[in-house]
Write a protein that binds this ligand. Structure first.
Ligand SMILES: Cc1ncc(COP(=O)(O)O)c(C=O)c1O
Length: 365
């Protein structure tokens, strides 16, 4: 966030910024979504909706699972949320109590840890490195006395994925042990290698968290969804009613049309794939070659231990001297993140090209 604020200041002062920091698409929502939003403004009162979301959207989300996963999902298990961020709060509140022990891969998306802390849960660090593609394994989570486990595949900041067999093993283990699994599947649809699967293809006692933010290019619309296990549907319904009343109505009506926008979204993924190739090659040529396999999402997580042991200072200097904005590893890993940096390739191809030239000048002045 500090890097983004500094980048904004630099832009306002007329400086060039090559933005490899933003964790979001650089494109608008798909055209059918924008059309549906206009129609919703003109055709609906847009008052409160049902707490778990409007029926057409929940049905469309269930249809998405039929189309893309060949999986039948009951509409009753689908709860529309204010982005996956809203989904985390609901899932954590419904599933965990003060003092619950929740396993989390480190490095990982910082909001999991911060929300869990705010709720009085105990975060159990699962240090993950290149040996396991920065992902947890069943061996790592056994005998820790966990009440819950959060996984993300593809993950932020690494982009690495759990192979379907690995996710299957973790989901089965959690079901067998009574450990509540929360599977963050927000980057599904944005993959370059391997296959994604949903934890619900193995077991439905955990939560699936998903969102329109990334693949559907709709971050600011604040709309996502949960697949909620049967025993917690009423709890989640009561939580939504009290915490938010309902997710935003305009975004709900618009999001129904997102599933008519697959072609546009897939075109973005093609651009990400091209950017990914440019960035991976460019970084390797600059000697930054200890890179997490960027299986999916739009991030390259790079070990820059040969350049710095203070990634926050490095990121600040990189922006100040070269105009390249990137996210320091300490944002994702408080222990080892001081020697990592995350580059996002969600921007335009021109941004990646410009950033690589600037990075070369910075590293080899
Ligand atoms: C892994 C992961 N999960 C969840 C989110 C939150 O997304 P949103 O609340 O927009 O759905 C992000 C955002 O960057 C993320 O990287």
């Amino acid at each position: 966030m500090k890097v983004l604020a500094a980048a904004a200041r630099r832009r306002r002062a007329g400086g060039v910024v090559w933005d490899l920091a933003a964790g979001q698409p650089s494109t608008a929502a798909p055209e059918p979504v924008r059309r549906a939003a206009h129609a919703a403004l003109d055709g609906h009162i847009l008052g409160y909706t049902e707490a778990p979301g409007i029926e057409p959207l929940r049905r469309a989300i269930a249809g998405h699972y039929r189309n893309r996963y060949e999986m039948d999902v009951d509409v009753d298990n689908v709860v529309v949320t204010t982005g996956s961020s809203g989904g985390f709060l609901l899932a954590f509140l419904a599933a965990f109590d003060v003092g619950s022990r929740i396993g989390l891969a480190r490095p990982g998306y910082p909001a999991y840890r911060n929300i869990l802390h705010a709720l009085g849960c105990e975060v159990v660090d699962l240090p993950c490195g290149p040996g396991t593609r920065y992902q947890p394994t069943v061996g790592m989570v056994e005998n820790l006395g966990l009440d819950g486990l959060i996984v993300a595949s593809p993950a932020n900041p690494t982009g690495t994925m759990l192979e379907p067999g690995e996710l299957d093993a973790l989901a089965s283990w959690c079901a067998g042990q009574g450990v509540r699994l929360v599977s963050d599947e927000i980057y599904h649809g944005i993959t370059y290698a391997g296959r994604t699967s949903s934890s619900w293809q193995t077991d439905r006692s955990g939560f699936v968290v998903n969102s329109f933010s990334k693949y559907f290019s709709m971050t600011g619309w604040r709309i996502g969804w949960l697949l909620v296990p049967d025993d917690l549907i009423d709890v989640v319904d009561a939580l939504v009613g009290n915490l938010a009343i309902c997710p935003p109505a305009p975004a709900q009506y618009a999001a129904v049309a997102a599933f008519d926008g697959y072609a546009e979204c897939d075109a973005h993924v093609h651009r990400y794939a091209h950017n990914r190739g440019l960035l991976l090659n460019g970084l390797r040529e600059l000697g930054i070659d200890r890179l997490a396999p960027a299986d999916g999402a739009f991030y390259v997580y790079a070990d820059i231990g040969h350049l710095t042991d203070d990634s926050a200072e490095f990121a600040a200097r990189l922006l100040a001297q070269a105009g390249v904005a990137a996210a320091p590893g300490v944002d994702f890993d408080v222990v080892d993140g001081h020697r990592y940096i995350r580059f996002s390739f969600a921007g335009s191809t021109r941004t990646i090209e410009g950033a690589l030239v600037a990075l070369e000048q910075f590293l080899r002045p």
